[in-house]
Design a protein around this ligand. Structure first.
Ligand code: ADP
Length: 543
């Protein structure tokens, strides 16, 4: 027997409708690429999103067409999220920090019909424009007065002119909730980036899951500033979940340095923020060097790479901000787990709480998770056994766009994340490594993340990365690469000495090398492939 409830599809357009009807006066504040602060409301955003949908129809866009965006976090980008997906087309967010040839590859692979581009990214597009095969229009996301001078992009359209005078009476169409809504490519650290095609259904379910109190805990009482870019897995879904709950949204534009962020946190009374660890290093440095405090910020979501313990502690102790350590992937929309302590754990002493907080967290309802050994056999949830982490659920990828790479799923619909992890009896998952970064020393595994975390607790270490390098006896041994803080007087010995009581003896790096900067991917992760290349001809002193 079937249930007898209404069969209304879950559609992204319903989010902006709901926010405009129920939180019409709630503000959306943006630091514009033009340099000033822009503020308006959910009601205004809906009107302009509808005007943009009307403009897209006028440009011949049809359901299923892909529309690319190359833009920072801002209100126009937010309007495009709703205008494009709302009309049934696919909002393809593109990371402008990718290598130019990767941008060309994914625009052509997605067959984007239009590219919407922030004013300060237009010079990049000017250079690449002739290589785009499917693009019919390029739209500058500004008004005519703010177009950069001397640009040579033929037939360039201007955002504000496209929507000017449009009625804004567009009626969002209804269609199957499994219709594609948005597209995001993985960063492609190995091989070409692959497209992950989200649906209306997956986006709405993800928004429900991510707003829950034990997830990102956003509500109509929150002021949310996503530092994580709208081109990085839809800013972890915050432009959707924010609408769903009617949170005030604050978009930081292109200025992601500590000083600019700090100014917005204070002036807009931000309560929730989200971003990758490298961003927080910049913010914490700025606040510490200027002796600043935060007056309203309560939660910082840290994800994309492991949150170093020192960062979790500093946020909490010096600034009264609770770190919500989160883990996910482009393939997971992105949220998989978030670290929120359980009632019982809040009674633990501070050092034991920190041990729990270091983990990547508990699964959100909707995400099934397990670890398996090399042969695919399930491993126990004892917090000790570690193996390949597999996930499945309604907002996890089934196939890549255009079936690139064939079927990614294992038997039973499980998606292999490429991460190696433990799961404890309380359900807290901890990543020990990416499967390709783990260091295999004499048949045993050493976690590069654990070593990096231990080193980052040293006050003189700005950043640390560990890679496995060839060793004739052990196959691989860890090499630690360190960026010292300005003025710090670090040596190989001081670093290794510091690690002594923090890690197993046989995990001790065989050497420490100092560098000025560690390379990062376009999404802020340590680029280990590049480090391995840089240290290709390096020979360990122990080898
Ligand atoms: P990209 O943005 O590089 O395309 P994703 O954002 O999809 O890639 O990256 C997903 C991967 O990032 C995960 O599989 C995991 O290895 C890593 N990751 C994400 N969050 C965390 C975290 N909190 N701790 C450790 N690793 C993380």
């Amino acid at each position: 027997m079937l249930g007898q409830m209404q069969d209304r599809p879950l559609l992204i357009s319903q989010l902006i409708e709901f926010a405009a009807e129920n939180h019409g006066d709630t503000e959306i504040v943006s630091r514009r690429v033009e340099g000033d602060i822009h503020r308006y409301t959910y009601r205004d955003a809906r009107h302009r999103a509808k005007q943009m949908a009307e403009a897209l129809v006028g440009l011949g866009i049809k359901a299923g067409d892909r529309i690319g965006t190359l833009a920072w976090n801002g209100y126009r980008h937010f309007e495009l999220y709703y205008a494009i997906s709302g009309m049934g087309a696919v909002c393809h967010t593109i990371n402008p920090r990718l290598f130019p040839e990767q941008i060309v590859y994914i625009v052509n692979h997605a067959e984007d019909q239009i590219l919407f581009v922030d004013a300060n990214l237009l010079p990049l597009i000017e250079k690449l424009g002739s290589q785009f095969k499917s693009v019919k229009h390029i739209v500058a996301m500004t008004d005519r007065a703010h177009l950069p001078a001397g640009l040579n992009i033929p037939n360039l359209l201007v955002y504000e002119e496209l929507i000017a005078g449009k009625p804004g009476a567009y009626q969002w169409p209804e269609f199957d909730e499994k219709t594609a809504s948005s597209l995001c490519y993985t960063s492609g650290t190995t091989g070409n980036p692959k497209g992950v095609l989200y649906s209306h259904r997956s986006s709405i379910l993800h928004a429900y899951g991510s707003a829950l109190p034990d997830t990102l805990n956003v509500s109509a009482r929150s002021v949310v500033l996503p530092v994580v870019p709208m081109f990085h897995v839809n800013a972890w879904g915050l432009p959707y979940s924010g609408c769903m709950v009617g949170a005030k949204l604050v978009f930081p534009g292109a200025a992601l340095d500590g000083a600019s962020l700090y100014e917005l946190y204070e002036s807009e009374k931000v309560t929730h923020t989200a971003g990758v660890p490298t961003i927080w290093l910049g913010l914490l440095n700025h606040m510490q060097s200027k002796g600043l405090k935060l007056s309203t910020l309560k939660y910082a979501v840290v994800g994309g790479s492991a949150a170093p313990p020192a960062m979790i502690e500093t946020f909490q102790r010096e600034f009264g901000v609770e770190v919500l350590h989160a883990w996910g992937m482009t393939e997971m929309s992105p949220l998989g787990t978030v670290n929120n302590l359980k009632h019982r754990q809040l009674a633990l002493p501070a050092d034991q709480q920190l041990q729990v907080r270091l983990k990547q967290g508990r699964a959100v309802f909707g995400v099934d998770m397990k670890i398996v050994d090399d042969k695919g056999h399930d491993l126990p949830r004892d917090g000790k056994a570690f193996g390949d982490l597999l996930v499945r659920g309604p907002w996890i990828v089934g196939r890549y766009f255009r079936d690139e790479g064939g079927n990614p799923l294992r038997e039973g619909g499980w998606f292999p994340t490429g991460d190696v992890a433990t799961i404890d009896p309380d359900g807290f998952m901890q990543i020990t490594d990416r499967s390709k970064d783990v260091i295999k020393s004499g048949g045993e595994w050493i976690s590069s993340i654990d070593l990096e975390n231990a080193a980052m607790a040293h006050p003189g270490v700005a950043e640390a990365a560990v890679i496995g390098v060839f060793h004739p006896k052990w196959d691989e041994r860890p090499l630690m690469i360190v960026v010292p803080r300005p003025g710090a007087n670090l040596t190989r010995e001081t670093v290794l000495d510091f690690l002594k009581d923090k890690i197993a003896k046989w995990w001790m790096p065989d050497d420490v090398q100092f560098v000025e900067a560690i390379p990062h991917t376009a999404t802020g992760k340590i680029l280990k492939t590049k480090l391995r290349e840089d240290f290709k001809s390096y020979k360990l002193p122990t080898a």
